[in-house]
Design a protein around this ligand. Structure first.
Ligand code: ADP
Ligand code: MG
Length: 461
């Protein structure tokens, strides 16, 4: 296996891939890439996890392309590889990255929910070698027999646990059955893969999989400073939000809310205050969503207000501040939301506003992080809410003896105090290795009890 000081060349990749990496200034594989790429090249099924922003996309794209370049297609007509992602934005990002690696070597199609079905039929008639898709729309194409997967050589699920959260288990099983043959290789990647449903799905989809886990889902993300602030009610939270946006230093910020309506309302409010803000949610047309994401990626908006539709996978290197206006219902989403910052070795800040309605969700996050969390106060904006139970204490709740101390213990954030030393512009660090993942590197399951999940309405088709 490749050693830590190895370069991408040491994997024996096709020169076209090495050249594309050179072109993008990528030289040193990250830890998950070092560990996962040889396993995939050896032909194994793989269940892989590592923290947000650690380079999982290349960890599957590179060996997948290598395999397609080096082996003969099983079928002339059917796609050879299928990559599934839970959201349209993420699928599009993966598609762009794939195109930039593959050049003109392969015919690649992108099939997303919310886009024109007939256009997709046309692109399927061109018999793509590789398809990137959201699971619902892909399953629709199987139902209408516009697509067969008998010749599929590689099935890759990015953020598989989120697809299950969104209720896509039947579609994933449908896709699996359409491509159920011995020569299929299947890969699952996420920062959070240890819940029961993901393991059940893995048992169905993967054959004697290898497991690669870099760090653990609940491990502290070294590059993200996390703070929690108590909020009383909507107005108080809004005042806290305005304060944060006025006093934190950041390039771009993403704000997560619980509801689609709130994204619009808050965006309107911030726009009125002269802040370049856009809302993004699942009720918008796909054209609108594309337009907003492109504008945000180009830096035309300073702030993006969104739901969990943007919690997964999006790689926006200018985002240095994430604010949870509401806590996410599922604790894994906390990890993914804050992971929109602190990517590829850059540093970032995540602030979560916790009100009475967030309390249960907050406790689930605290349990998931496996540490006691304490609250930061924002001077000038004190709140009355001190948590629900146990009885309120000034600095939040103490953990059990032996709990790992958090990084947010009782810090007070003064208004107007800009945080010193915030690194700007996450310029890609040369030789970034995705390290600093804590002592748990290589560990697998975290042994937590499986979470009971309620199925939200799918945000995607
Ligand atoms: P993840 O899927 O683990 O959240 P991504 O695959 O989106 O992470 O990658 C995060 C960022 O890191 C991207 O901007 C990507 O270009 C960059 N990156 C990936 N691999 C490397 C590498 N080996 N060296 C430097 N940067 C990398
Ligand atoms: Mg990813």
């Amino acid at each position: 296996m490749a050693q830590n000081n190895d370069t991408f060349r040491d994997f024996g990749l096709d020169t076209r891939l090495v050249r594309a990496l050179d072109h993008q200034g990528l030289e040193t594989p990250t830890e998950i890439q070092l560990k996962a790429i040889p396993v995939v090249l050896a032909g194994h099924d793989l269940l892989a996890s590592s923290k947000t922003g650690s380079g999982k996309t290349l960890a599957y794209l590179l060996p997948a392309l290598q395999r397609l370049m080096k082996s003969r297609a099983l079928s002339k007509r059917d796609p050879r590889a299928l990559i599934l992602a839970p959201t349209r934005e993420l699928a599009r990002q993966v598609y762009v990255q794939l195109r930039s690696l593959a050049g003109s070597s392969f015919n690649i199609a992108l099939l997303l929910g919310g886009e024109n079905f007939n256009d997709q039929l046309k692109s399927l008639r061109r018999q793509p070698d590789v398809i990137v898709a959201t699971p619902g729309r892909l399953a629709n194409h199987l139902d209408t027999r516009s697509l067969m997967l008998n010749g599929l050589e590689l099935l890759i699920l990015d953020e598989a646990d989120r697809m299950l959260d969104l209720g896509f288990a039947p579609q994933l099983e449908r896709i699996h059955r359409a491509a159920d043959h011995r020569r299929r290789q299947t890969l699952m990647f996420s920062a959070t893969l240890d819940h029961a449903e993901a393991n059940t799905m893995a048992a169905t989809l993967l054959k004697s999989p290898k497991r690669v886990a870099v760090g653990e889902a609940h491990a502290e993300h070294q590059d993200i400073e996390q703070r929690f602030v108590l909020g009383d009610h909507l107005d108080h939270k809004q005042a806290l939000l305005e304060h944060l946006l006025a006093n934190e230093s950041y390039q771009q910020a993403i704000i997560f809310t619980a509801t689609r309506a709130d994204t619009e309302r808050l965006a309107g409010h911030l726009q009125q205050q002269g802040l370049a803000t856009a809302a993004l949610h699942g009720d918008m047309s796909q054209a609108e969503r594309n337009r907003i994401m492109d504008a945000f990626a180009r830096g035309q908006h300073k702030v993006l207000i969104t739901t969990d539709v943007a919690s997964r996978g999006l790689d926006l290197l200018q985002v240095s501040l994430v604010i949870n206006f509401d806590m996410p219902k599922q604790p894994e989403e906390y990890v993914h939301r804050i992971g929109r910052t602190g990517r590829a070795g850059a540093s970032g800040t995540a602030v979560s506003l916790v009100g009475p309605r967030d309390w249960d969700a907050f406790k689930r996050v605290e349990k998931f992080l496996q540490r006691a969390v304490s609250f930061t106060e924002i001077e000038g904006l004190p709140g009355k809410f001190k948590g629900l139970r146990p009885p309120a204490r000034k600095h939040g709740f103490k953990g059990k003896p032996g709990d790992k101390p958090g990084t947010v213990q009782g810090k007070s954030h003064k208004p107007g105090a800009k945080k010193p030393g915030r690194k700007p512009a996450p310029k890609r660090p040369k030789g970034f290795t995705g390290q600093g993942l804590g002592p748990a590197a290589g560990a697998g399951d975290d042994g937590m009890a499986p979470l009971k999940r309620k199925k939200p309405k799918p945000e995607q088709e």
